[in-house]
Design a protein. Structure first.
Length: 264
C-alpha cells in the first residue's frame, strides 16, 4: 500500500488486479481488494487471431490497462450475465458481447452497485440476504489510485455491440468456444464451451465453494435446474467459474447432483 485515498478513508493499492496464467494461454484475473462475496473471476483466453475476455470484474480499477501487455490482438469482451460484479469493466473494450435476455440490465446498469453501505441499492441488500451473508460497510478495502471517488462510484451502463444466442461460436483462430444459454441465475446467463479441450467457462451457473444462487430478483430455480441438467451431459474436464476455484468433472457432477437432489 502507498499514500492515502482522496478522502483519507482507505489506502491506495500498489496493484488493483491479480493476473495469473493458469494454463497455456488462459489467465485468471481477480480483484484482491474487493469484498469476497463480490470478488468475481475474469478469464482471459488468448487465441491466434483474437483474445476472449470473459467477465470484467467490479469496474473499480482500469482492467484494459492492466492487461495491455497481453492484449496484442482484437479482444472480444463477454459478460456471462448482468450482475454488477461481472460487467463493471465491460465498457473499456470495443467489442462487448452478452445474451439479449440480460441486455436491458447491462445497457441501463439496472443492476448497479455503490461501494458504501449507506448507498447500497435495494437489489444488493436483497442479494446479501438471499445468500445469507452479512452486509459489509464497504465493498473494497483499498482504492486503485489517490483520486478515486469512493463516494461517487456507481456501476456504469454499457452498450452491447454483439448479441449472443445459444449455439453461437466465438472463434479465436486456434480455439472456438460455443455459447450455451443457461438461464436460472439470471435470464441471460451463459456458459462458454470449448469442446476440443472439454473446458467450460461457467459464469455463476456452476461454482464451487459457495451456494448456487437461484433466489435473486431475476433468478428462476426451474430454469437453473434445467441448465444444470444440460451441463451434466457435457463431457467436461475443467470448469473455470465466475467465483471460487477451478475444478474438474467429478466436482462439477457433485455440485450439480447436490443442487438437483429433491428437485427431480
Amino acid at each position: 500500500m502507498a499514500d492515502a485515498a482522496r478522502d483519507g478513508s482507505l489506502p491506495v493499492a500498489d496493484r488493483w488486479f491479480d493476473v495469473t496464467e493458469v494454463t497455456d494461454g488462459i489467465y485468471h484475473v481477480t480483484e484482491p481488494h474487493v469484498h469476497a462475496y463480490v470478488r468475481s473471476n475474469a478469464w482471459l483466453i488468448r487465441g491466434r487471431t483474437a483474445h476472449l475476455l470473459v467477465d470484467t470484474g467490479l469496474g473499480v480499477g482500469a482492467l484494459a490497462g492492466e492487461l495491455a501487455a497481453l492484449l496484442d490482438r482484437p479482444v472480444i469482451a463477454v459478460a456471462t450475465h448482468a450482475h454488477f460484479d461481472h460487467f463493471g469493466g465491460l465498457g473499456e473494450f470495443a467489442e462487448r458481447a452478452a445474451h439479449h435476455d440480460d441486455g436491458e440490465v447491462l445497457e441501463t446498469a439496472a443492476d448497479y452497485v455503490t461501494l458504501r453501505a449507506a448507498t447500497y441499492p435495494v437489489a444488493l441488500l436483497d442479494e446479501f440476504e438471499a445468500a445469507g451473508e452479512p452486509v459489509p460497510d464497504l465493498l473494497i478495502d483499498a482504492v486503485p489510485d489517490p483520486a478515486f471517488d469512493l463516494a461517487g462510484f456507481r456501476t456504469r451502463p454499457v452498450g452491447i455491440t454483439r448479441w449472443l444466442t445459444d449455439g453461437d461460436a466465438i472463434d479465436l483462430g486456434d480455439r472456438s468456444l460455443t455459447v450455451l444459454h443457461t438461464p436460472g441465475h439470471s435470464p441471460g446467463s451463459i456458459c462458454l464451451w470449448d469442446a476440443r479441450s472439454q473446458t467450460l467457462v461457467s459464469g455463476d451457473v456452476l461454482v464451487d465453494g459457495e451456494p448456487l444462487l437461484d433466489q435473486l430478483p431475476r433468478s428462476s430455480p426451474a430454469d437453473f435446474a434445467a441448465s444444470l441438467r444440460r451441463l451434466a451431459d457435457l463431457p467436461l474436464q475443467t470448469v473455470y467459474a465466475g467465483h471460487g476455484p477451478v475444478f474438474g468433472r467429478r466436482r462439477a457432477h457433485e455440485i450439480i447432483a447436490d443442487y438437483l437432489s429433491g428437485r427431480d
